[in-house]
Design a protein around this ligand. Structure first.
Ligand code: ATP
Length: 360
């Protein structure tokens, strides 16, 4: 933990001013217990902190941006050190330990009901994780209506196949993307039966030449039928995110989705409530068109972390329609920050749940 630290009772007052240690070992231990790392909810492990002559590095095993350093910098003791953030994103165990997985943590984004914004959330969470310093891929598994090429742009580009017959994913806005929409006429996919769609999905998953990734976001087909079940069983999944609107009909389907993943041993990393309210861009008035806090109640009932409540906003829709999502084009907009907060919470939860399991 320490390159050099001050033993609390050692009389090293003679040390030159510039080399004087700024914090004692005990003070550091107490501060790491006391200071709340956002969303972490436990003491900061001392193995994450390295101090060398007044410079301190916090190395996190999940995606995060500099904002996590704010409480450390604000602390009376820790604030005396000069902090920097490093990421060493850990590859966590997945639901299929026997399957080889060469690319990081697989997070499936699912919704019981269609049209709740699952693809939009997948794209924006992937981009937000990338902005939190992670290397991210996104797989469009929504074979019946692949929307990734529209939402990320590059619809006209086709996927390249290399000499080993592997598909080379596109790089869009800093993330790697693979979609059937880049490969085939999507009108054909719409008439595929379950087994054919499942086979195509698994092939797309296996035969894409992903680079080294920290996270692979998978945009699942909507629903909880055979195709989703097969996919949930055949993929090496680290965690699942359920997307819902606060509307009663969507909530019932969200619970079905939670049950399906639990049945096949896939941990639910969190629930994201989309279209939680409409905010008037003129007067700022908020209107809960689809009801209030429905997703929050499901999250509480099912004991699933709530990753966020995203508004229904024309800027979100417009960016996705143009292939230029807001979080990519205006990363500092308040809406983009909200998305990055959810992505950070997702990364923390994924890590927390996996490490809890390891300890059990
Ligand atoms: N928070 C939001 N604000 C504004 N528009 C949104 C929001 N979320 C989604 N949309 C828009 O709603 C439409 C449906 O979203 P999306 O395609 O992501 O839903 P889906 O659940 O993936 O649908 P499907 O059932 O077809 O898979 C899209 O046009 C998208 O741009």
């Amino acid at each position: 933990m320490f390159g050099r630290f001050k033993k609390s009772k050692s009389p090293d007052t003679a040390a030159p001013e510039s080399n004087a240690p700024l914090i004692t070992e005990q003070a550091l231990a107490a501060a790491l217990e006391r200071v709340a790392l956002p969303e972490w909810g436990a003491p900061i492990p001392s193995s994450w902190v390295h101090i060398e002559a007044g410079n301190a590095t916090l190395t996190l095993p999940f995606a995060a941006d500099e904002r996590v350093l704010e409480p450390l910098r604000a602390d009376a003791d820790l604030g005396q050190l000069k902090w920097q953030l490093k990421l060493a994103i850990e590859k966590l165990p997945n639901s299929q330990p026997d399957l080889p997985m060469t690319f990081g943590n697989v997070i499936v984004i699912s919704s019981g009901k269609g049209g709740v914004g699952k693809s939009s959330v997948s794209v924006q969470l992937a981009l937000a994780l990338q902005q939190l310093g992670a290397n991210v891929g996104i797989l469009d598994a929504d074979v019946y209506g692949p929307s990734l090429p529209t939402m990320l742009g590059g619809q006209e580009q086709k996927l390249e196949i290399n000499a080993q017959q592997k598909m080379i994913p596109h790089q869009r806005h800093g993330i790697w993307a693979s979609s059937l929409g880049y490969l085939t006429d999507t009108k054909d996919a719409a008439i595929w039966r379950g087994p054919m769609a499942s086979a195509a999905l698994q092939q797309l998953f296996r035969d894409t030449k992903w680079p080294r990734l920290d996270y692979l976001i998978v945009d699942m087909p909507p629903g909880t039928g055979d195709i989703q079940l097969t996919f949930a069983q055949k993929l090496p999944i680290t965690g699942a995110v359920i997307v819902t609107t606060p509307q009663t009909v969507a909530l019932a389907d969200a619970e079905k989705g939670i049950t399906m993943f639990r049945k096949v041993g896939v941990p639910i990393t969190g629930l994201l409530e989309n279209m939680s309210y409409y905010q008037c861009s003129q007067c700022g008035h908020q209107d809960a068109i689809f009801g209030v806090d429905g997703g929050v109640r499901v999250a509480e009932r099912e004991q699933v972390p709530l990753l966020g409540q995203w508004p229904l906003d024309a800027r979100i829709r417009a960016g996705l329609d143009e292939g230029n999502p807001l979080v990519a084009t205006q990363p500092d907009a308040p809406l983009s920050k909200l998305m990055k907060d959810s992505a950070y919470k997702l990364a923390v939860e994924l890590y927390r749940q996996a490490s809890k399991k390891r300890k059990a």
